[in-house]
Design a protein. Structure first.
Length: 160
């Protein structure tokens, strides 16, 4: 197992979330699952824990029977996207039933906060850019977006 694993605690939606997330990402797979036995604080047979992998990253889920909530985005999952197609797919699927926010942030239908970000963004906003006007234009373009548009970010950098 990896050194740090994102752990998502649900009241009673962990199994639904597990199936949803593995259906959204290509190549995602379900790892182990476990159900509560007799004498637990939730009925026997209720989904207890599970793991799933996305792009080599393992996540764990738990049905705790208590709503811990995910708060206002203090915990988010950052997804580094290579293409606009990937951004569009993930944005559409993950924001369905949730809430779209500024600058590539969204909250899914379970309350989990995601950042769907093009990998080129970091390259366009390099702090030591010899022309800070370029990175400033990228920042201004970014602040106007909800879902990122790679071409518009590149155009801002290029001054188009």
């Amino acid at each position: 197992m990896q050194k740090i694993t994102t752990f998502l605690t649900f009241k009673d939606q962990a199994e639904e979330a597990l199936n949803f997330y593995t259906s959204v990402f290509k190549g995602a797979k379900i790892g182990h699952t476990r159900r509560y036995g007799e004498g637990a604080h939730l009925p026997a047979g209720t989904f207890m824990t599970g793991t799933f992998d996305i792009e080599g990253q393992t996540f764990m889920l738990l049905n705790a029977g208590v709503d811990f909530g995910f708060g206002g985005g203090g915990v988010s999952l950052f997804v580094d996207c290579k293409t606009q197609e990937e951004i569009d797919h993930l944005w559409t699927k993950l924001s369905e039933g949730g809430e779209q926010k500024q600058c590539g942030w969204l909250r899914d239908k379970f309350g989990v906060t995601w950042q769907i970000v093009p990998d080129i963004l970091g390259k366009l906003m390099i702090r030591d850019d010899k022309d800070p006007v370029r990175s400033g234009r990228v920042m201004q373009a970014m602040m106007k977006m909800t879902k990122f548009d790679i071409q518009k970010l590149q155009d801002a950098y290029d001054g188009v």
